[in-house]
Design a protein around this ligand. Structure first.
Ligand SMILES: CC(C)(COP(=O)(O)OP(=O)(O)OC[C@H]1O[C@@H](n2cnc3c(N)ncnc32)[C@H](O)[C@@H]1OP(=O)(O)O)[C@@H](O)C(=O)NCCC(=O)NCCS
Length: 193
C-alpha cells in the first residue's frame, strides 16, 4: 500500500482494487457504465492493467488505471504505431468533494512509480482537448503533448431511462519520461490483490 501525502494533510492510501472492495467501489465511485469497474477488475486479473484506488480511511475517493500493453484506442494506435507499448493511464477520477487536494496528483504519482519500478522509461495518457484544467495539471506534472494529432476517445454510459449512450471527445496524447527514478519508493509495496 502506498501512503501518499497530498496537500492539506489529507491522508490517502493507494492500492490495487481487491475483489472484496468491488461492491464498495460501485457505491462510493459510481462508474460511468455499471460494468466499468467489473471489466477493469477482470483486466487486472488477466495482468493487462493495474487498477489503483485511493482511500481516505474506509472511503474510496478516486481511481486511476494503468494499461501495461499501451493504449487500446485503435485511432491512437494507428497514429503512434501498432507496436507502441508505452504504459497508458486511463480512468483518472477523484470524487468531487475531494478535488484540488492533491489526490489526482498522488494517483498519477503511484501509477508512474509502478511503471518506473517495472522498468518503463515513459508513460502516456489522453487529455481531452477541451478539458484545459486537466491538461494544466498534466503539464504541471511533466506531461507534454506528443504532437501526433488529435484523436477520438469514446465511452458508453447508461442514461436515466436505462439506454446505453455512446459519447466521444477529441483528445491529445501526452507523455512523461520516467527516467527520474521513483518519487515514492513505498509504491513498491503496492501489492496485487
Ligand atoms: C482531473 C482530476 C482527476 C484531478 O483530481 P484532483 O484530486 O482534483 O487533482 P489535484 O488536486 O492533484 O490537482 C488539482 C488540479 O487538477 C485540475 N482540476 C481540478 N478540478 C478539475 C476538474 N473538475 N476537471 C479537470 N481538472 C480539474 C486543476 O488543474 C487543479 O488545479 P487547481 O486546484 O490549481 O485548479 C479531477 O478533477 C476529476 O476527477 N475530474 C473529473 C474527471 C476528469 O476530468 N478526468 C481527467 C480526464 S482527461
Amino acid at each position: 500500500m502506498l501512503q501518499a501525502a497530498p496537500r492539506h494533510a489529507l491522508r490517502v492510501d493507494i492500492r490495487h482494487l481487491a475483489p472484496t472492495d468491488l461492491s464498495h467501489i460501485q457505491r462510493a465511485l459510481p462508474p460511468e457504465h455499471p460494468e466499468a469497474h467489473v471489466r477493469r477488475l477482470a483486466d487486472q486479473r488477466a495482468g493487462r492493467v493495474t487498477y489503483l484506488i485511493a482511500w481516505n480511511g474506509s472511503l474510496a475517493i478516486g481511481h486511476v488505471l494503468v494499461r501495461w500493453g499501451g493504449t487500446a484506442n485503435p485511432e491512437l494506435l494507428w497514429l503512434l504505431s501498432p507496436r507502441n507499448q508505452t504504459p497508458y493511464i486511463e480512468a483518472l477520477f477523484v470524487r468531487e468533494a475531494y478535488r484540488s487536494l492533491g489526490v489526482g496528483t498522488a494517483l498519477l504519482a503511484a501509477a508512474e512509480d509502478l511503471a518506473a519500478a517495472g522498468g518503463h522509461r515513459k508513460i502516456g495518457l489522453a487529455a481531452a482537448v477541451e478539458n484545459w484544467r486537466a491538461r494544466d495539471l498534466y503539464e504541471r506534472l511533466g506531461y507534454r503533448d506528443n504532437d501526433v494529432g488529435p484523436f477520438t476517445s469514446g465511452w458508453t454510459y447508461i442514461d436515466e431511462r436505462g439506454d446505453e449512450i455512446s459519447e466521444s471527445e477529441s483528445c491529445v496524447y501526452m507523455t512523461r519520461p520516467l527516467n527520474g527514478g521513483l518519487r515514492q519508493p513505498n509504491a513498491l509495496r503496492v501489492g496485487c490483490h
